[in-house]
Design a protein around this ligand. Structure first.
Ligand SMILES: [Zn+2]
Length: 251
């Protein structure tokens, strides 16, 4: 009856690690999602000022309203690697109707359109083809993972959730990011300038830098990934932000 329950085991949240740099030169990958909305200049300016490399996942929706920020990113190809976060920020899931309250793609054809559309956006706006795709919500149906890889893209998981969808307060975000370990792939958001979380992203990455941690981009380093299954005991139909907090908090 309820497909949300029946197929929940076929949803995965990929855990991505990069190669460790070792005790003398620990390294992390900072990945920032630009889902839609605006640009958090607190973060972007800090990255430029302190020459901190990052992998930024952009969508077609974000690109439309953020030409200036995109120009800043493109002006620093030594720092910013731009990758695919989808055309319309639609979760690449075909076996449950919603994820964190967001309507999913619902079919493999719709997933293909979302992934290819996002790849086209990256190519048209940067002149470079993307190598990585991170879906909205960073969760995938297993069939979506297979399709994305067949299309020639790597699925970009993460191993340290820095800001829980930009929902946490700055001191908490700072503490989480500052505690990153050698080989972690950090996920946070660069599209929520009015939220407290962004201030914590800035402070957390500066703390890492002060500790001597190196920042690398996903394309510049070896990585390994596991497809961790998502266990959902009930259908996901709660509101967006709070749902993200609640569900991720139990993971
Ligand atoms: Zn997103």
């Amino acid at each position: 009856m309820s497909s949300a329950v029946a197929h929940a085991a076929d949803i995965v949240e990929p855990q991505l690690h990069i190669a460790k740099g070792g005790p003398a030169a620990p390294q992390v990958a900072l990945t920032l999602d630009a889902c839609m909305g605006q640009t958090d200049k607190r973060i972007l300016d800090t990255l430029v000022e302190h020459k901190i490399p990052a992998t930024i996942f952009i969508t077609g929706r974000w690109v439309k309203n953020n030409a200036q920020a995109l120009d800043v990113m493109k002006a620093h190809p030594d720092l910013f690697e731009l990758e695919n976060h989808g055309l319309n920020h639609v979760p690449p899931i075909d076996n449950v109707p919603t994820m964190y309250g967001i309507k999913t793609a619902g079919s493999l054809a719709a997933i293909r359109a979302e992934v290819q559309g996002g790849a086209d956006v990256v190519r048209e706006n940067t002149g470079k083809a993307p190598h990585w795709y991170r879906g909205a919500t960073a969760r995938y149906s297993l069939d979506a993972v297979k399709l994305i890889e067949k299309m020639g893209y790597k699925v970009a998981g993460y191993s340290l959730n820095g800001d829980m969808g930009a929902s946490l307060l700055a001191p908490v975000v700072e503490k989480r990011i500052a505690a990153a370990k050698d080989g972690n792939v950090i996920i946070a958001h660069i599209n929520q300038p009015t939220r407290s979380a962004g201030e914590g992203v800035v402070k957390g990455i500066l703390a890492l830098k002060a500790r001597g941690v190196h920042f690398v981009r996903l394309n510049d380093v070896q990585s390994s990934q596991t497809l961790d299954p998502v266990h959902m005991s009930k259908p996901v139909k709660t509101p967006k932000i709070t749902a993200a907090v609640q569900l991720r908090a139990v993971n």
